[in-house]
Design a protein around this ligand. Structure first.
Ligand SMILES: Nc1ncnc2c1ncn2[C@@H]1O[C@H](COP(=O)(O)OP(=O)(O)OP(=O)(O)O)[C@@H](O)[C@H]1O
Ligand code: SF4
Ligand SMILES: [Mg+2]
Length: 317
């Protein structure tokens, strides 16, 4: 990996709801290299969005460290954090809810620059126009409103809004899952092209494992707020090591009858974060669980170069 731009160590997040502690994230550690695209996958409720938001401090972590380009973000004052904001941007899942219906696209695209006090009104409009061109939207979009655009175009506007601030790091949270399947590939290709051209570092959150394989250099697999496996994409898809990853991958639709026969269906739902299983949090659904899995929390350890898994069993290869 190149020099890390983001280093997350032992990040945790809990909420308290009616006197019950909900453990949403526990012991999350990972690095993102400069210019790297890392996928974050896991079933609904596993904590993907919470990781994306806590690393940008849109949500306060309960404990742990988040270093961005050498700066400890968790220790920054509100004003110091505001100065770092342009460098890291969030692209939201829902392009309908995330764009104000009362603002023109020009106002939406220049808002962040205005808050940061960057440039004159004319400079800001110029940057908005250039961001629109980068996402292949016409310049006259600037005077129009979000409702005049299709879902795919709105997501392009969401991407343009992130780009006006010339960020280095982007969290893209399910950026295409609200779009028609026919539009998804266009927006994914646009994101990939922009990422490469601008050298962006990206945390790409998705439950679509085929899209993640296509766009990501490495993948982090999350289950009930804990990392189960981390590996370079090619390695993860060819040689998944963790029973949870294997189950997720076997659920990808495949035309191959062998693959369909070997499908592992995960039984039951993710347990509640109010009452996570002892030991390995995956054990209540794991087809390979042993009695010992209830007693120890498996730590992430390297099983091949750059390939880490959190499972006590070594005999599953
Ligand atoms: N403000 C909150 N208060 C209490 N619980 C919360 C809060 N925000 C999130 N959670 C809980 O945290 C867990 C993880 O939520 P999160 O949105 O991070 O999951 P996710 O992996 O992004 O899921 P999805 O794929 O559905 O987007 C869920 O159980 C959710 O109910
Ligand atoms: S530690 Fe045990 S329960 Fe957890 S994934 Fe490995 S075999 Fe399954
Ligand atoms: Mg989410």
């Amino acid at each position: 990996m190149s020099t890390p731009l983001l280093s997350v160590r032992d990040l945790s997040k809990h909420y308290t709801s009616r006197g019950t502690r909900l453990n949403i994230l526990q012991g999350i550690s990972f690095d993102l290299g400069k210019g790297e695209v890392v996928g974050l996958v896991g079933e609904s409720g596993s904590g993907k969005t919470t990781i994306g938001r806590t690393v940008l401090r849109l949500v306060e972590p309960s404990s742990g460290s988040v270093r961005f380009d050498g700066t400890e973000l968790t220790a920054l004052s509100a004003s110091a954090l505001r100065r770092q904001r342009p460098r890291m941007q969030y692209i939201f899942q829902d392009p309908f809810a995330s764009l104000s219906p009362r603002m023109t696209i020009g106002e939406i695209l220049t808002e962040g620059l205005k808050i940061q006090g960057i440039g004159t009104a004319r400079d800001r409009l110029e940057r908005a126009r250039s961001a629109l061109a980068q996402v292949d939207l016409p310049a006259d979009a600037i005077n129009r409103y979000a409702h005049e655009f299709s879902g795919g175009q709105r997501q392009r506007i969401g991407i343009a809004r992130a780009l006006t601030l010339s960020p280095e790091f982007i969290v893209a949270d399910e950026p295409v899952s609200a779009l028609d399947v026919s539009i998804q590939a266009q927006v994914i290709n646009l994101l990939r092209e922009l990422q490469q051209r601008l050298g962006l570092t990206m945390l790409f959150i998705s439950h679509d494992l085929a899209v993640v394989e296509y766009i990501c250099d490495r993948v982090i697999v999350l289950y009930l707020g804990r990392i189960m496996e981390v590996a370079p994409s090619a390695d993860l898809y060819a040689r998944p090591q963790h029973p949870y990853t294997r189950a997720l991958l076997s659920a990808i639709p495949s035309p191959d009858p062998d693959a369909r026969r070997n499908r592992q269906i995960l039984k039951g739902d993710i347990p509640s974060p109010a009452n996570p299983p002892s030991g390995c949090v995956f054990r209540t659904r794991c087809p390979s669980a042993l009695d010992a899995c209830a007693g120890t929390i498996p730590q992430l350890r390297e099983v091949a170069p750059g390939h880490l898994k959190a499972c006590i069993r070594d005999d599953l290869n």
